[in-house]
Design a protein around this ligand. Sequence first.
Ligand code: UD1
Length: 418
Amino acid sequence: MDKLIIQGGFPLNGEIRISGAKNATLPIFCAGLLAESPMRFSNVPHLRDVNTMLLLLAHMGMQVAVDESMNVTLDASKIHNPLAPYEMVKTMRASILVLGPLLARFGKARVSLPGGCAIGSRPVNLHIKGLQAMGAEIHIEHGYIEATAKRLKGARIFMDMVTVTGTENLMMAAALADGITVLENAAREPEVVDLAECLIKMGAKITGAGTDVITIEGVERLQGCDYSIVCDRIETGTYLAAAAMTGGRVKLNNTRADLLEAVIDKLREAGAKISHDANSITIESDGKLKAVNLRTAPHPAFPTDMQAQLMAMNTVADGVAQVTETIFENRFMHVQEMRRMGAEIEVDGHAALVRGAKHLDGTTVMATDLRASAGLVLAGLVARGETIVERIYHLDRGYERIEEKLSQLGARIKRVSS
Ligand code: UD1
C-alpha cells in the first residue's frame, strides 16, 4: 500500500491546474447510458473512482475508449447487462447513479444496495421513493434493488432531505420519462448543474438546475454530445486551504471562484487574501490565521467535503473554532489522528471545538475516508518534522496526482510504495 511522506514547514508558491470534478464526472458518465449515439468527454480527472465507474459501465456492455489525455468516449448501443454488482458498489457508493438511467432507458436495473460507509449510514431511500413515484416497480431482494418499469411517468417529487446523487438519479430518469417531472427540495450543487447542462446538450428539457425546484419535461430519446466536465471545487478548496496554512502565494488555474464562495469567505475571514478572474483563483497568506467557526450544509452553504481541511486549518489558527457537521453523522474520523499530531479538539455529537495549537508535530497517521485524508495531508504540511499518511488509496479516489501538484508548489512530499 502506498503512503505519503511529508516534511512540514515549507511555504507553497507557484501555479497548478485544477482537474475536472470527480462528483460531476461520475453522474455524467452514467448519463452516457441514456444516449443513443456515442458521447465524448474532456477535462476528465484521472482518479480511482472514475476508473471504477468506467469498469462498472463496461461490465454492463458500455463500449469505453480512453486516450492518453483522459478524453473518454462512451457508446451505450450494446448494453446487455443492466447490473451493478455488490463488489463494485461497495467500493464506490456513487455506483447507485446507474439506477435511474438504466431504468429509464432499458426498463430494468439490478443494483446492489450500497450499505453504510465510514462517514455514516447513507441510505438511498429517496432515490427509490422518487423512482416509485414515477411508476417503477421496485423490490429489495437479497441485498439488491430490483427495478422494472415500462416507461417512467413524470411526477411531482418532494425530497424530504437534500440529496445530491438522489437529485441526479431522478433528473436522469425523468429526462426520458413520459411527461413532466418536478423535483422539489432538489440539491443545488454545481455538479447537479453540470449534469443538467450535459443532459440539455444531449437533448433533454430541463429548467431550474441550481435552484431547489428542477423541472424536467421528458423526451423520447437523447443523443450523444461532446462535453467538458466542470472544475473540481473541492480540489480547489483543498489547495486554497493548504496555501492559507503554509503561507505563500498560489495561483490555481482552470477553476472558478463562484463555485465555492462559502469556502473562500471562510478563508478570507481567517486572514488569507484571495482574488480571482473568470478561470483562476490566487491566494496569498502569511500563514498566520484566525480561527473560524463553520457549519456544513447543502450548497450554497459550506460543503461537508471541505470540513476536514478547514478543521486542519483551525488546529493551527489563533483562537477557538466551533466546527458543526450537519450532513453526515460520523464525519469526524480525522479528529483522533489530528489529536495524535498535537491538535486540541473536543467532539460533542455533531460539533467539534478546535483550540488553535502553537504547532503540530509530525507522526504516522491514517484516515478512513477521502476528505479526512486530505485534512491529514494539510496538517502534515505545517507540522514540525515528518508526517507519514498511510492508506492513501482513499486520496487516490478523489485527488489527481496530489503529491505532484503539491511538490510543484514547493511542498516536500513524496509517495512511497510498501
Ligand atoms: C454527494 C457527494 C459527496 C458529498 C455529499 C454531500 C457525489 C458522488 N458524492 O454524496 O461527496 O459529501 O453529496 O454533499 O456526488 N440521504 C437520505 N436518503 C437518501 C439519500 C441521502 O437520508 O436517499 C441523506 C444522507 O444519509 C446524508 C444526506 O442525505 O445524510 C445527504 O446525502 P447525499 O447528498 O445524498 O450524499 P451523496 O449524494 O451520497
